[in-house]
Structure formats: C-alpha cells, structure tokens
Design a protein around this ligand. Structure first.
Ligand SMILES: *[C@@H]1O[C@H](CO)[C@@H](O)[C@H](O)[C@H]1NC(C)=O
Length: 203
C-alpha cells in the first residue's frame, strides 16, 4: 500500500501574481535540488503527483500549537545538521522543500504533533550521516494530492488551505485512496512543504 497524503505546497509568487500551473517547477528548484515528481492527474483546485523513492532526515515529533513555531524549531536542528553537526562532520547542500508533517495529538492543550524534514540530496541518499535526535526516513513511492499557493505560511492560512484541498478532492477516487491509506496506518493529517526562506520576498 502506497503512502498517500495531502500535500500542501507553498511557494512565494511575485507581487504581479503569477498563478501556479500544474506541475510547474518552483523557482527555488531551478537553484537547488528538489525531489522530482510526475503529475498523474490535474483536478479542479488540486493535482495528484507521484514521487518516486525519496530520502528525508527528520526530527522527532514536536508537540506545539503552532506550525510556524514548530517548523522554525525543527528547521534550526536540520540546518545545524547540514552545516556539519552530524556524526561524520559532513556538510550537506541545501535542498527544498522543508516539510512539516502535521498529525493530531492526544495532548490536553489542542496541540498538534509536527515532524519537520529535510530532503536529502541524491548524492547523500545512500549514506546520510546519523545525528542525535534526528532519524532517516526512506519513503517508498508516494502519491500526493497537492494544492499550491503563494505567500507566507501562517498558522491561520495553513488550516484554510488544507480544508480547501480536502473540499476539492471530496467525492473523488483520490479521497477514497487517502482514507484507505490512513486506515493502513499513515496517520498524518497533511504535510506542508515550504520552498523559500522567510527572508525571500519574491519568486
Ligand atoms: C519514477 O519511476 C518511474 C518508473 O520507474 C519512471 O517511469 C519515472 O520516470 C520516474 N519519475 C521520476 C520523476 O523520476
């Protein structure tokens, strides 16, 4: 059973408002390595992508009420990792996107659980350096229902975009596939993929 999740894909667009085209290459991915994918279906307000096997280096789950805050905490750990804070003292090239897997948590404070991951470049995939507090995830091929939007990620727009994506796929065979995948144990509610640093203002 393939893992099948909702993937929200964020990237900044210029102020002129260039709208995203299905399967369009994010500008970031012309500069740095990103996982490649095939678009297998374009729907109304969403697209279905297939990513072949990918390798990620991931934080342990971070319990927080804020996606932004937990992504910031997770990214700092991953940034240290690629700067050489790992068992081999090896530097690793920056890639995109940085993803945050969002899962509901049983905690009493309406917290969610966030796992933040860095896409491991192809050249390091066979042997990513270990590091304390981080673990390697080797994903089998993944199908994802994707909605892209521009601008900055906030705690409020993430929920709205995720709800819109879910509404767009409701009643399609893709929605059924996602439910089946969840029953098979792939529990994350959705994944937020960010392609730009918060200090970039266009493209
Ligand atoms: C993924 O794998 C399939 C089957 O091997 C291949 O046809 C396809 O080109 C690959 N896609 C990418 C984006 O690498």
């Amino acid at each position: 059973m393939f893992k099948f999740s909702l993937l929200l894909s964020f990237f900044s667009v210029s102020l002129l408002g260039v709208l995203s085209v299905a399967g369009a290459i994010q500008p970031t991915c012309k500069r740095i390595e990103c996982p490649s994918f095939d678009v297998i279906h374009v729907g109304n307000g969403y697209e279905i992508r297939r990513y072949n096997s990918t390798v990620w280096i991931s934080t342990s789950p971070i319990q927080d009420i804020s996606l932004r805050e937990s992504t910031r905490i997770g990214f700092l750990r991953l940034f240290n990792y690629i700067q050489g804070k790992n068992k081999y003292k090896q530097k690793i090239e920056m890639t995109a996107p940085v993803i945050s897997e969002v899962s509901p948590s049983d905690g009493p404070f309406c917290e969610s659980s966030f796992v933040v991951s860095f896409y491991v470049p192809k050249v390091n995939q066979a042997n990513p350096p270990p590091a304390e507090g981080l673990h390697v995830q080797k994903w089998e091929p993944v199908y994802a229902a994707v909605k892209q939007f521009g601008g900055f990620v906030t705690d409020s727009n993430v929920g709205e975009e995720a709800a819109a994506l879910q509404a767009n796929i409701a009643g399609t065979k893709w929605s059924t596939a996602i439910e089946q995948s969840k029953r098979a144990g792939h529990a994350s509610t959705y994944i937020v993929a960010q392609y730009n640093s918060p200090f970039e203002f266009d493209d």
